[in-house]
Design a protein around this ligand. Structure first.
Ligand code: LLP
Length: 421
């Protein structure tokens, strides 16, 4: 019996291991199709439990479900006492279906539909995070129609620049997200003038993703505290401040601050502002799941063309969009042996030059299979059926064994759907 160990590692014979399971042996014996996302539920559970413990009972870790909405994962995170941050009616149903209580559910998003607002109000979630003065008026109208007050939090745009890819920065002046500080007074007037249709219970932000250390997080958290303290000083009770998510992970470039460090530093701000009575909400997505997923793909063939050595695998940008969309680099390694110096340019089958996972030290000979690492977050979640390709298999590990395999309807269903379109 192999030693149990969370995350990705190598066994003594060189085989890739995830969550204590030898992936080479698993895939060789498996009756599930590749490419397959394989997840370490125990690692995810421990990561969530550690952050919930660092935050403490009074505060809420609201998992950003968009990172990975698989029921097995959401349930495992919920079991540690976490809530959910979500951005659609679909994600709301996943959160409720996984047993997350409405009191720990927060709905973000710049353009929530009336149906989504109605569902959020009817279920009595903790707060709809309002992103504009205009949206506040729409929420108030829906609350009146439903004859039920809507609990809202004001999501502010803190006007903070972060050192991350432009596509994942959300807290600068040119971002579509949040209420500009200059509009906060108008926003509260809308709340206060709503005749009780809107209950202002919090102030929120989310400055962006892949923060490597707490300083930009603290900068935006200060802005949230400024707005919250002014609101309290004006005689209005608040329940919480929500500092958002964005905690980074190590994609191979070296360690980054741990989620608990962000949480402890941010909670420390409350006293400075005399806001000790308030709860704090965190919205981590990537940090809870990213390191605990790998995408295993077959090597279809190699191609040596002049000085270039290509390795064609059966996972493409439809399965993992991050390299094409953000120039993200994910470590890619042979499944059956530790990587060796000789580099190959790993590409997928999709007919786009962007379907390119970059150069990786693999070894002299093309391997049969590779593991693409750190894909637990924003991997399957962003997948598509582009090029008529079925969605990947998902395999869930716990206690050193497979506990669930999930396959999508697959290629035949795709063909039927297109013929009927
Ligand atoms: N809260 C809100 C309001 C968000 O918009 C997000 C992510 C999060 C929390 C969670 O952020 P995290 O802790 O995961 O960084 N697809 C991109 C990331 C987009 C993030 C969008 N919003 C990627 O693959 O890097």
């Amino acid at each position: 019996m192999m030693r149990r160990m969370n995350g990705f590692s190598r066994a003594s014979d060189g085989h890739a291991v995830l969550g204590g399971v030898d992936l080479q042996n698993l895939v060789a014996a498996a009756n599930f199709p590749l490419p397959a996302y394989i997840y370490d539920l125990d690692g995810i559970g421990e990561e969530a439990a550690a952050l919930v413990a660092a935050a403490g009972d009074k505060h809420v870790v609201a998992y950003a479900i968009k990172a990975n909405s698989a029921g097995s994962i959401v349930r495992r995170i919920a079991e540690q006492g976490a809530g959910a941050d979500l951005v659609s009616g679909g994600e709301l149903l996943v959160a409720l279906g996984c047993g997350i209580p409405p009191s720990k559910i927060f709905m973000s998003g710049v353009a929530k539909s009336d149906d989504e607002l109605d569902a959020a109000i009817s279920h009595g979630i903790r707060a709809i995070q309002a992103e504009s003065v205009e949206e506040l008026s729409r929420v108030a109208a829906r609350a009146r129609a439903l004859k039920k007050p809507a609990r809202i939090s004001l999501r502010i745009n803190p006007s903070v620049e972060i050192d991350s890819h432009a596509h994942v920065a959300t807290g600068h002046d040119d971002a579509k997200f949040g209420v500009a500080i200059a509009d906060v007074a108008r926003a509260w007037e809308t709340v206060d003038g709503s005749d009780g249709a809107l209950l202002g219970v919090g102030v929120s932000t989310h400055v962006g993703s892949m923060l490597e250390e707490p300083s930009p997080y603290l900068e935006s958290s200060h802005k949230v505290c400024d707005v919250a303290a002014a609101r309290v000083k004006a005689g209005h009770a608040l329940e919480f401040v929500d500092f958002g998510g964005g905690f980074g992970i190590d994609y191979g470039d070296g360690p980054v601050s741990r989620p608990g460090e962000f949480a402890t530093a941010a909670i420390g701000l409350l006293a400075e502002y005399g806001l000790d009575d308030l709860g704090v909400v965190f919205e981590p997505g990537r940090a809870l799941v990213g390191p605990y997923g790998v995408l295993v793909a077959n090597v279809i063939q190699s191609k040596v063309s002049g000085s270039r050595r290509w390795l064609m695998v059966d996972a493409g940008m439809n399965d993992l969009l991050r390299p094409a969309l953000y120039e993200a680099k994910h470590r890619i390694e042979p499944l059956a042996a530790a990587p060796a110096a000789e580099a190959w340019r790993v590409v997928g089958p999709v007919c786009e030059s962007a379907d390119d996972f970059g150069s990786h030290a693999i070894g002299a000979q093309p391997p049969d299979r590779v593991a693409i690492r750190d894909v637990g977050a924003y991997g399957f979640a962003m997948a598509s059926e582009y090029n008529g390709r079925a969605l990947a298999t998902e395999v869930f590990l716990s206690g050193g064994k497979v506990v669930r395999v999930s396959t999508t309807p697959g290629r035949d269903a795709w063909v039927r759907g297109r013929l009927e379109a």
